[in-house]
Write a protein of this length. Structure first.
Length: 279
């Protein structure tokens, strides 16, 4: 199948493309209707139902509507399993849309986000990851790669299990799922929640997976390539600075003093190490 191109059109209505298989559903916020139709058709063949919003305003409205209780909103839809978000939209910058989605309450604010960008500047991707996107894909893209990335993000977001850590911390069974503890730091892989002394830490889905990958390998120095490969499940091009951005965010959430970290330590010229002994 050829690469999917990028064009621009301006529509004022919400197009919805649905297929018979309703699990899982995806929301695509993309102003290129032709591209959205092609993506919806391709993903539909793999069992995904794709709803399309042609601009940021309608995309945010659709997402907020999905958060309404059944029966309270006439056009409320099921919450999407993932949002595909274009960086360049006619009414709002995609980065601002990402920020607004992450500011939504509850599960809506934690919905997995895959960002599409036609810009070649890696800084846009870094900023997108910093603002909470779980992954990104540059345009034009191969549909099979989009499908693979969607599956990878959903797998990371939906998994509550994984290999038990071989070093560091303690593991407590919670409904058969491992729980990682390092002093006051508690990582519940079943609930996908991180707490410090009982206080919840604010992490995106991707940052949670990065933290788990490092905690499973506590005491080992990991390169940025190794960290990304552990999380994505396959080797991809490693934008070192994007990992650094995420590590900064994780430290801000779990360190009492992010400038002098005790849990995630930097090994200059190599990468990072998750400390076995922390408190």
């Amino acid at each position: 199948m050829p690469l999917l191109p990028r064009t621009h059109t301006g529509l004022s209505h919400l197009d919805v493309f649905r297929f018979h298989t309703m699990t899982p559903s995806l929301l695509m916020i993309e102003d290129d209707v032709r591209l959205a139709r092609m993506v919806a058709e391709y993903l539909g063949q793999s069992g995904y139902a794709v709803s399309h919003a042609p601009d940021a305003t309608q995309g945010l409205a659709a997402l907020r509507g999905a958060g309404e209780q059944p029966g309270t909103a006439p056009h409320a839809q099921a919450m999407p399993a993932l949002v595909i978000l274009d960086l360049m939209l006619p009414d709002m910058d995609g980065l601002e849309v990402c920020r607004r989605i992450r500011a939504l309450p509850g599960a809506l604010g934690r919905v997995p986000l895959l960002m599409l960008t036609a810009k070649g500047d890696p800084m846009d991707r870094i900023i997108g990851l910093e603002m909470g996107a779980d992954d990104y894909l540059p345009k034009p893209f191969e549909p099979r790669e989009l499908l693979a990335r969607i599956r990878a993000v959903l797998r990371r977001h939906g998994e509550g299990s994984g290999p038990s850590p071989s070093v560091g911390g303690s593991v407590a069974g919670t409904g058969g799922q491992p729980r990682l503890r390092f002093g006051a730091l508690d990582i519940d892989r079943d609930a996908r929640i991180v707490t410090i002394g009982g206080q919840a830490c604010d992490l995106t889905s991707y940052q949670f997976d990065l933290l788990v990958a490092m905690a499973e390998r506590a005491g080992r120095v990991l390169t940025r390539d190794q960290i990304m490969e552990a999380v994505r499940g396959r080797e991809l091009e490693a934008f070192d600075r994007s990992i650094d951005v995420h590590m900064g965010r994780i430290r801000a959430a779990i360190e009492s003093d992010p400038k002098h970290p005790r849990r995630i330590l930097t090994v200059r010229g190599v990468g990072y190490v998750f400390a076995k002994q922390q408190d």
